[in-house]
Design a protein around this ligand. Structure first.
Ligand code: AMP
Length: 476
């Protein structure tokens, strides 16, 4: 199952449940489908979780969670595709076993999940969810070593992009996969500690950023303080480029790079690479706002808020049908007519996946009287599926997998379309050690369960080369 979620763990902190709630509130952009908090003291674990946004699910529950004065807590907000929208997938998950009791929350995706699932079931596991939490939990308890060595060898079995935070009665663990594909930050709060997917969760609770959790690292926090061990050798990391482009909040800093500034620089780079003469630069709110500002700064054309985002709208991207996605985009975004009328507009967005958003907003701009609409995209063309957490796991979801830029331009109805170059984006972000699989088809890990998708696509392309046009039509 693919997940991009938000995690937060607090250790030895007063009002741990309340602070976890605020931290989750700051991480809401990482998962809007569900959320939960578990607390624990010497006696027991206590938890609340449900589908829905952080505020609506947890606001009334925090007081109850706070009642026992627990100083350790774990929180999670869930981003999940429609087919995995199961109650059993809500996190944190609480596991009680003769060898260990713990609450566990995760972010990411295991590429060898099917294989591990089969093996664990042979040994008696009964899975209730499709979550990668259960995989780690079963690996852990089927290992007869003490907790940390068992955890270390369990993690060595996992292939993919993952972060885990584990809460035991007296300890908190933070884990980031060997390639560091997703962010995880460590902070200090008074005498206590905080772990969070992004350090934007620290300000709101008064915590100070200490450092990023390292790829392949296990941090263990206990009454004795913090200790660090590794479950994987140091290697060149591969953070997901989409974290900088789309997922993370602009005020977060990931591996030493501020997200807003990296987007701003990407906008400047995009303008250098593919400037279109225009009267106004408009960013698609909100993830492309920083990028559009950078674009405008570089080309000297005014930037304005030509598109407004309805604050109360949900996520359009994972709606289940095209009609619902279309409707969701028009419920979410609307143009400011007098700003747009009679002008040549350059629209800047972070990505084109299916093309739904671009097509709709270009049509909106034209209805509002725009004379020309040029589309500029701050990521390279998405040509291949992501199996690591972004919810695009098949070729036919991607307009860029079968169409040329000119064809996409016609499909979305733009006067011109350009994407940032892969090279240019890396330079703008300021790091080379990234995962760009969705733009390059170069996957940084073995593919296991997903290899058949790539093989089938290769076969389809080979058939298309031999002139079977019907196959080419399939994905259009
Ligand atoms: P689409 O409308 O299908 O072309 O998707 C592109 C839009 O969805 C962009 O405006 C992005 O901001 C947003 N987006 C890109 N990737 C994701 C994702 N993994 N989850 C949710 N939204 C996304």
């Amino acid at each position: 199952m693919h997940h991009e979620c938000g995690l937060i763990g607090l250790y030895h902190v007063d009002q741990a449940a309340t602070k976890t709630y605020y931290g989750l509130y700051a991480l809401q952009h990482r998962g809007q489908e569900g959320c939960g908090i578990y607390t624990c003291d010497e006696q027991s674990f206590e938890g609340q979780k449900s589908f829905g946004m952080v505020r609506s699910v947890l606001e009334d529950k925090v007081e109850k969670l706070e009642a026992r004065g627990a100083r350790n807590a774990l929180g999670h907000c869930l981003y999940v595709s429609k087919e995995n929208h199961l109650t059993s997938n809500l996190q944190p998950m609480h596991f009680r076993h003769m060898r260990a009791e713990f609450a566990l929350a995760s972010n990411g995706s295991l590429l060898n999940q099917e294989q591990l699932c089969a093996e664990l079931q042979q040994n008696g596991a009964i899975f209730q969810s499709t979550s990668i939490c259960e995989i780690l939990a079963y690996l852990l308890v089927q290992n007869k070593d003490k907790f940390l060595p068992a955890l270390t060898s369990s993690l060595q079995r996992l292939v993919g992009s993952f972060c885990y935070v584990i809460l035991r009665r007296d300890k908190l663990y933070a884990i980031r996969d060997p390639l560091g594909m997703m962010p995880l930050a460590l902070g200090r709060l008074g005498e206590g500690w905080v772990i969070a997917s992004e350090n934007c969760a620290f300000d709101i609770i008064g915590a100070e950023f200490v450092r990023d959790v390292e790829p392949g690292e296990i941090i263990e926090i206990s009454a004795n303080g913090l200790s660090s061990t590794r479950f994987a050798e140091r290697q060149k990391s591969a953070i997901c480029l989409m974290e900088y482009i789309y997922f993370a909040r602009p005020d977060s800093e990931i591996d030493g790079i501020n997200v807003h500034l990296s987007r701003f620089r990407a906008g400047m780079q995009l303008a250098r690479e593919s400037f279109a003469p225009s009267d106004l630069i408009v960013g698609v709110p909100e993830s492309a706002t920083s990028t559009a500002r950078g674009y405008a700064e570089e080309c000297g054309v005014p930037f304005d808020q030509g598109l407004i985002k309805n604050k109360y709208s949900g996520r359009t991207f994972i709606e289940s049908t095209q009609t619902r996605r279309d409707l969701a985009v028009s419920m979410k975004l609307s143009p400011i007519h007098p700003l747009v009328k009679g002008k040549r507009i350059t629209l800047v967005d972070d990505s084109i996946v299916r093309g739904t958003t671009s097509r709709q907003i270009i049509a909106m701009m034209r209805r509002a009287g725009a004379r020309e609409v040029h589309m500029r995209i701050a990521s390279p063309k998405m040509i291949s599926p992501c199996f690591y957490g972004v919810d695009t796991s098949s070729y036919d979801q991607l307009i860029g997998s079968t169409r040329s830029t000119e064809e996409i331009c016609r499909c979305i109805g733009a006067d011109s379309l350009a994407y940032i170059s892969n090279e240019g984006l890396r330079r703008a972000i300021g790091r080379d050690s990234v995962c760009d699989a969705c733009f390059s088809e170069h996957y940084p890990t073995p593919l296991f369960d997903y290899k058949n998708i790539i093989d089938a696509e290769k076969e389809r392309r080979a058939r298309c080369h031999t002139g079977n046009e019907k196959d080419l039509e399939k994905t259009l």
